[in-house]
Design a protein around this ligand. Sequence first.
Ligand SMILES: Nc1nc2c(ncn2[C@@H]2O[C@H](COP(=O)(O)OP(=O)(O)OP(=O)(O)O)[C@@H](O)[C@H]2O)c(=O)[nH]1
Ligand SMILES: [Mg+2]
Length: 435
Amino acid sequence: MTMQVKDQPKRAIVAAVQLTSASDAEFEASLSELRQLAKTLGFEIAGTFTQKRDRFDQTAYFGTGKREELRSLAESADVILVDHEISPSQARNLEKETGCEVMDRTMVILEIFHRHARSRAARAQVEIARLGYMAPRMREAAKLAGPQGRGRSGVGGRGASESRTELDRRKIRDRISELEKELAAMGAERKTQRARRQERPGLARVALVGYTNAGKSTLMRALTGSEVLVANKLFATLDTTVRALHPESVPRVLVSDTVGFIKNLPHGLVASFKSTLDEALEASLLAHVVDASDPGFERQLAVTEEVLDEIGAKDVPRILVFNKIDRAGDEAAQRKREAALRALYPKCIVMSARREDDIARLRETIRAHFRRQLVEAELFLPWAAQKLRGEIFASCEVLEERAADDGTHFRVRGEREAVQRLREELGKPPRARKK
Ligand SMILES: Nc1nc2c(ncn2[C@@H]2O[C@H](COP(=O)(O)OP(=O)(O)OP(=O)(O)O)[C@@H](O)[C@H]2O)c(=O)[nH]1
Ligand SMILES: [Mg+2]
């Protein structure tokens, strides 16, 4: 099985069985998403091929008669992309009958992740998921190759092919455990980095989460002035990045950009990206970004909520951000969409990442959320402890400063923890104080 795409764009047929349980709208939305995924991989769409059925054909996904039809259509194509996860034998049979390479939805997504993974951790995570996906398919390939490769007499053939499969299986298992060890080591490293971040005053963290291509990285850029990758591709981002909200304020807010979600995200990927998302889970606020211009936004929203649930982030407070409103048609259409969204989700933000004012409003909403968690306090800084002055200014907003005979009185506003830490530091006898 090859997953290589040559320089010449490959021509792909997007193919799917519409089960009786799938509504037309749902089915269409899923197909158009698969087309997007295919384009992300650089395929040229040669056509769409569908069949209504009450279940998948066990042998080759489509029914026998329909496969005849597909065969003639397939003559002008290189790849058939199937919009479901199909079994290794269904894929092999479909390949044999059509002469095209067959990739199912899972494989397409895995391939995109594979190409977009940059960091060591993301690469290892994707490889684990790919190996997990490939293992049963290699067995299938070996089963088919077995009798031919060993001659039809069958003497020793079956045994030989089985032991080869066994060997491959062991190799895959070993490789997976090797990668898992690497990841565990990287996890430990990340933990220290994280701990270091936590030591710093101002723990306010917001994570941008949401469906792929919703505009998370674009918002990350706009909010933090950083140069993260933005692309009109699915799964452009595979690593979590963390930057400070810009311009800085009290408390200092850290923003993280995360990997996007998609319908039927392969399970291997959910598991492997959990650690990346852990970073996001430490956020005390989630900004759930949704593409307001997508007619299927409700499905996107539901998928994201499901995954958040799955990774244990159900109870993290969140703001719902409907982005890309500028793409929802002309001004009247935009206003109408906005009103509809507000009626459905009264507390949501409706915006466009292309509008400065909207970005400013989002920034302010995030700040306000964290400001609400601030406390006001009186601090007294004796002359002998002036070294801590810088720390007060760094971790709190100073509302008032009054000099007295024995030191300085401050009225400050800051995070409860930051104020508490300063209090403790100031309460210590001079020699025990942090230098
Ligand atoms: N018209 C319009 N386009 C936008 C807006 N926000 C983002 N985009 C575009 O949408 C595409 C995807 O944006 P990204 O920021 O990469 O999306 P993402 O959510 O990070 O996507 P993944 O990393 O793939 O999960 C890019 O082409 C952006 O330029 C917006 O408000 N309006
Ligand atoms: Mg992104």
